[in-house]
Design a binder for this molecule. Structure first.
Ligand code: UDP
Length: 457
C-alpha cells in the first residue's frame, strides 16, 4: 500500500455558490477523519470561527488592487471567462508557496503523510501545481454533469462550425447533447472565442487529476454521467447535494436577515413566492422595475432578496420603483440576504423565482419547491432547461424581465393546476434526493468510495 493521504487541502474559487459546497465537502471529510486545510483567496474570507474544524491559509493576489472576487464586476455583462482565466494566473504563485509550505510541514510529521489536493474545477491551476509537487489531486465540480459536458463539447462544436452560434440556430437541438438547444449552452461569441476555447480546454483537462467529484445526484443526470464515465479514464464520484450530506455549517458570506422567517411564520402554507437571483447577477434598473411590477400585479405574497449595493450596480433597496412599497404593504417582504435553505424549507413557501444557479436549483429540489426560471449565464441556462423540460418542475421565462410574463408565470406556478402538478413532482424528487443521501443511496455509496479512494493513493 502507498503513503496514507489523511490530509486534504481544499482550493475553492472566491464565489458564494462555489465556496459553500467546497466547505460542505471539507466538513464531510473532516467527520470521516481527514484533517482539512482551506487555501482561500485573501480578499474573500470566510469566518474561520464558524469552522473551528478547518484550517485556513490565505492565498495572495500580488498583481492587482481589486477585491479578488469572481463577483467584482458590477455590470450586467459579468465576464466569467476572463475572471476565471485571470484568477488562475493571479493566484498560481501563492498557491505554489502555500502547498510547498504544507508539504514541508507534512514531511516533518511522524507519519510523513502528504496531502491530497481537492480543487474547485474552475481553479484548474491547482492540478498543475499539485502535479509539480508530486501530490495527488481531485477536481471538484460544484455544478452538475451537464455543465461539465457543455465545456467538454465546446471545442467539437467549434470544429463542426456551430460556433460562433448564429441566431437562426439558437432553438435547434445540440447534436449529441439532447434535450439541450444551442440557446441553453454557455457558448463563446466572436469576441471571446479564443478565451472560451482556452478555458474549456483547461477546465476539462484531467491529465494530472486522479478523479472527479461532481455535486450532482445520479438519478438527475444518469445518462450524462454514464457518458462522462465512458469518456474519462478516471473515477467520477457523484456525491451531491453536499448541503444535504454535510452537517449544517454557516458558509454565508453576507449576514442573513432572519426576520423574514418570523414574517413567513405569519403566512399561509404554500402561499409565498421566494424571489432570489443568487450572489452574482446584477439587475439593471429596467429589469428591477419590470420584476417589481410583475410581483405587485400578480397579487401573490412574496419574499424578495435584493443584496446590498456594496456588491455593486443597482442592487440596493433604494433602486425599487416609486410606489412599490405602498403597493405591496403586507404582501411583500424584502431583505438584503436570507437564510435561503431555511426559507425554502418553510411551509409558507410554495414557489421559487430564481436565476437557477446550481446551488439554488438543488436546494429547491431538496425541499420540493417548483420554480420560475430566469437564467442569465453559464450553467443557469442549462439548469433552467433541465427544470422546465426534463424534471418538469419549472416554468422558464422566454422574454427576460417583462412584467406581463412574470405576472402570468407567477399565477401559473402559485395558483393553477399546472403549478400544483409541478409541486407534486418536486415533492417526488425531494424524496428521491433523501433516498440518495441515506445509507445505501447512490450519493452515500459514492461518498464512501471517494473516502476510500483518497485514503489509499
Ligand atoms: N443564498 C443565501 N441567501 C440568499 C441568497 C442566496 O444563502 O439570500 C445562497 C443560496 O442558498 C445558495 C447560494 O447563495 O447556496 C447561491 O448559489 P447559486 O449557485 O444558486 O448561485 P450563484 O450565487 O453562484 O449565482
Amino acid at each position: 500500500m502507498g503513503t496514507q493521504f489523511l490530509h486534504v487541502v481544499l482550493v475553492p474559487i472566491p464565489s458564494q455558490g462555489h465556496i459553500s459546497p467546497i466547505l460542505q465537502l471539507g466538513t464531510i471529510l473532516h467527520t470521516r477523519g481527514f484533517s482539512i486545510t482551506v487555501c482561500h483567496h485573501e480578499f474573500y474570507p470566510v469566518d474561520p470561527s464558524c469552522f473551528p474544524h478547518l484550517n485556513f491559509q490565505p492565498l495572495k493576489d500580488g498583481s492587482s488592487n481589486n477585491n479578488g472576487s469572481c463577483n467584482d464586476d458590477s455590470s450586467s455583462s459579468f465576464n466569467w471567462v476572463d475572471s476565471i482565466l485571470s484568477l488562475n494566473d493571479k493566484y498560481k504563485v501563492s498557491l505554489e508557496d502555500s502547498l510547498t509550505q504544507i508539504v514541508r510541514a507534512s514531511r516533518q510529521q511522524i507519519n510523513n503523510s502528504l496531502p491530497c489536493v481537492i480543487y474547485d474545477g474552475w481553479m484548474y491551476v491547482a492540478a498543475q501545481v499539485a502535479n509539480d509537487l508530486n501530490l495527488p489531486s481531485v477536481a471538484f465540480h460544484t455544478s452538475n454533469a451537464g455543465n461539465f459536458m457543455n465545456y467538454l463539447i465546446t471545442p467539437r462544436l467549434f470544429e463542426e462550425g456551430h460556433i460562433p452560434i448564429q441566431d437562426s440556430k439558437l432553438l435547434q437541438q445540440v447534436p449529441g447533447f439532447s434535450p439541450f438547444r444551442f440557446k441553453d449552452l454557455s457558448l463563446p461569441s466572436m469576441e471571446n472565442l479564443d478565451a472560451m476555447l482556452k478555458l474549456s480546454t483547461f477546465f476539462c483537462d484531467t491529465r494530472t487529476t486522479s478523479a472527479m467529484i461532481i455535486n450532482t445526484i445520479e438519478f438527475l443526470e444518469q445518462s450524462l454521467l454514464e457518458m462522462l464515465k465512458k469518456h474519462f479514464q478516471i473515477p467520477i464520484f457523484s456525491i451531491g447535494p453536499t448541503h444535504k450530506v454535510s452537517p449544517t455549517i454557516c458558509s454565508s458570506l453576507l449576514e442573513e436577515d432572519t426576520s423574514c422567517i418570523s414574517w413567513l411564520d405569519k403566512q399561509a402554507p404554500n402561499s409565498v413566492l421566494y424571489v432570489s437571483f443568487g450572489s452574482i447577477i446584477f439587475l439593471n434598473k429596467e429589469e428591477l422595475t419590470e420584476l417589481a411590477w410583475g410581483l405587485v400585479n400578480s397579487k401573490q405574497s412574496f419574499l424578495w432578496v435584493i443584496p446590498p449595493s456594496s456588491l455593486g450596480g443597482l442592487r440596493s433597496l433604494e433602486s425599487l420603483p416609486d410606489g412599490f412599497e405602498d403597493a405591496i404593504k403586507e404582501r411583500g417582504y424584502v431583505v438584503k440576504w436570507a437564510p435561503q435553505k431555511e426559507v425554502l424549507a418553510h411551509d409558507a413557501v410554495g414557489g421559487f423565482f430564481s436565476h437557477c444557479g446550481w446551488n439554488s436549483t438543488v436546494e429547491s429540489i431538496s425541499t420540493g419547491i417548483p420554480m420560475i426560471c430566469s437564467p442569465n449565464f453559464g450553467d443557469q441556462l442549462l439548469n433552467a432547461r433541465y427544470l422546465s423540460h426534463v424534471w418538469s418542475i419549472g416554468i422558464e421565462l422566454e422574454k427576460g424581465f417583462c412584467r406581463e410574463e412574470i405576472e402570468n408565470a407567477i399565477r401559473r406556478l402559485m395558483s393553477d393546476v399546472e403549478g400544483k402538478e409541478m409541486r407534486k413532482r418536486a415533492m417526488d424528487l425531494m424524496k428521491m434526493v433523501e433516498a440518495s443521501v441515506r445509507r445505501g443511496g447512490s450519493s452515500s455509496n459514492n461518498l464512501n468510495e471517494l473516502v476510500d479512494f483518497i485514503s489509499s493513493f
